[in-house]
Design a binder for this molecule. Structure first.
Ligand SMILES: [Fe+2]
Ligand SMILES: [Fe+2]
Length: 309
């Protein structure tokens, strides 16, 4: 059996999340013999959206494909970028005419892989039906490939499970994102679809889903809007490694992963177990030090963003 291995990393949150991705994804590719990396970047810019520059730079971390969710619109300049960059997806079930792409068929080592980004509607914006949208896209992409990966960005556990039972056996994997809390329910169905309700967050865990705790707490207590800032401590990378049979697109296995990250002490061999010579160590420009390059402004959530994540 010939295996195609996907690493999915979720959801990059703020500078800490970007730094973890910048340093850890390449060693993870090596450790798990990964063919393709998909990453949800909707919170990469200070927890709120992603800038075109951040998205471009993220590909240099070893990411092949980027997905997003409700926060994709938080940075105004991303709208134009989405129109011409189909490897940064926005959820496919936004109404007709909304800029950007909701799915993409990529080709790597003569294997075609389709990535589809969907968004739930329960406790979220009431956009087009993700189930009917999935049907429409799958009927199209399945003419080209049976390796089909879905990022189901949704709040409700039930809606993500419903999507699994709706598409069971029709796709290789359905992974949930958006809650930033990793669930322990990963499995492969007898029909060959890998599933997890939520992959979690790559970012600071000493936080309330990535944000400094005090403003978030005060918002719950007072009901008043608060300015959110991404937290900085207890950084971890959350992901899943999914093995797929290249011949029929059926998932073989899904493994949930979570790695601690400390920028001051991290070494690639912590992950790979293979010590490299000093001059072989790869440094990703722009994410090597805390406090470098990015402005603090980018790290602060817009005060008029009412939807906390
Ligand atoms: Fe998120
Ligand atoms: Fe989200």
């Amino acid at each position: 059996m010939s295996v195609f291995t996907i690493l999915f990393v979720s959801d990059l949150c703020g500078k800490a999340g970007r730094q973890a991705a910048a340093h850890m994804i390449k060693p993870l590719r090596e450790k798990y013999k990964v063919d393709y990396v998909i990453c949800n970047v909707e919170n990469a810019a200070g927890g709120f959206g992603v800038t075109p520059e951040m998205s471009r730079k993220a590909f240099s971390y070893g990411i092949d494909m980027q997905t997003s969710g409700n926060h994709i619109w938080d940075r105004y300049d991303i709208v134009h970028h989405l129109k011409t960059n189909p490897k940064l997806l926005r959820p496919a079930n936004y109404p007709n005419g909304v800029p950007g792409f909701g799915y993409y068929i990529d080709e790597i080592d003569d294997v075609k892989i389709a990535t589809i980004n969907l968004m739930g509607r329960t406790y979220m914006k009431d956009i087009d039906c993700p189930f009917i949208t999935a049907d429409r896209i799958i009927s199209h992409v399945s003419q080209e490939t049976n390796l089909i990966f879905i990022d189901m960005h949704a709040e409700a556990t039930s809606e993500k499970q419903a999507m699994l039972y709706y598409l069971d056996g029709d796709v290789s994997a359905i992974v949930g994102t958006h809650t930033h809390i990793q669930t322990a329910d990963e499995y492969v169905t007898p029909n060959g679809t890998a599933y997890i309700t939520d992959v979690g967050m790559t970012g600071p865990y000493d936080s309330i889903i990535g944000m400094e705790k005090e403003p978030s707490l005060q918002r719950f207590i007072t009901g008043m809007p608060k300015r959110f800032t991404t937290a900085t401590d207890d950084v971890r990378l959350a992901g899943v490694v999914i093995q797929i049979d290249r011949e029929n697109g059926n998932a073989i296995s899904i493994e949930r992963i979570m790695y601690n990250f400390d920028i001051d002490t991290f070494k690639p061999e912590d992950i790979t177990g293979i010590k490299k010579e000093e001059n072989e160590t790869e440094i990703v420009p722009g994410e090597e030090e805390q406090g470098s390059q990015d402005t603090t402004e980018e790290e602060q959530g817009s005060p008029d963003v009412t939807e906390e994540e």
